[in-house]
Design a protein around this ligand. Structure first.
Ligand code: SF4
Length: 203
């Protein structure tokens, strides 16, 4: 059976797609079957109803995180529908999206206004301090444009989402200090993730 909702610590993670326009060298999609003993390959993408059923009663969790083994915003409408359900029924439960920040390229428009009132935190993978390194590491379908779109996405998210965080994975060759400065200049948070997705954050 597909693993749609899985707890890590006191958070509930949602795995809704395995699709992604990137092929990051550090992604656990390239490295194995999952994290923390969970197999996160989906036989089929779950419907909104199936996701809500898999969530059950989430009131004991600290937050719900769209994350998984792929890019959740490949399924923007499903993310928004599930978030709307959660906000209606569990208004005090924070909702986070872990994303590669490429949604505006994927959809060809600014989708960030749709987060308003639904999403509490957006955690965006910056991954590198410049476009060339980003592309070497993430091998995006969008080439070096991807990096600039990530920066723009973070800037726009700030208008609609209370907490925006840029993240990098501490792989060799990445200038963490420069990445941190980018986050500071954008006025968003910054977090370093440890290699191999051991913290349960694939994006
Ligand atoms: S790390 Fe995230 S952005 Fe990179 S390939 Fe994996 S799912 Fe896609």
């Amino acid at each position: 059976m597909d693993m749609i909702a899985y707890p890590i610590g006191d958070s509930l993670y949602l795995n809704i797609t395995n699709r992604c326009p990137n092929r990051c060298s550090f992604c656990i999609r390239q490295l194995g079957d999952g994290i923390e003993g969970y197999n996160l390959w989906l036989d089929k993408e779950p419907t909104t109803k199936e996701i809500i059923e898999a969530i059950g009663d989430p009131s004991g969790y600290r937050e719900v995180v769209f994350c998984g083994y792929g890019e959740p915003l490949m399924r923007l409408q499903v993310v928004l529908d599930v978030a709307r359900y959660l906000k209606k029924n569990y208004p005090n439960l924070p909702i986070r999206i872990n994303t590669n920040g490429l949604a505006n390229l994927i959809y060809g428009e600014d989708i960030t206004p749709q987060f308003k009132g639904l999403i509490d935190t957006v955690s965006i993978s910056l991954n590198a301090e410049n476009a060339q390194k980003y592309h070497e590491l993430c091998r995006s379908d969008y080439g070096e444009d991807a990096f600039f779109s990530v920066l723009e996405f973070a800037r726009r998210c700030k208008n609609y989402v209370p907490k925006v965080v840029l993240t990098v994975v501490d792989v060799p060759g990445i200038d963490i200090e420069k990445c941190k400065r980018i986050a500071e200049e954008l006025g968003v948070g910054f977090r370093v993730r440890h290699y191999e997705g051991k913290d349960g954050e694939e994006n």
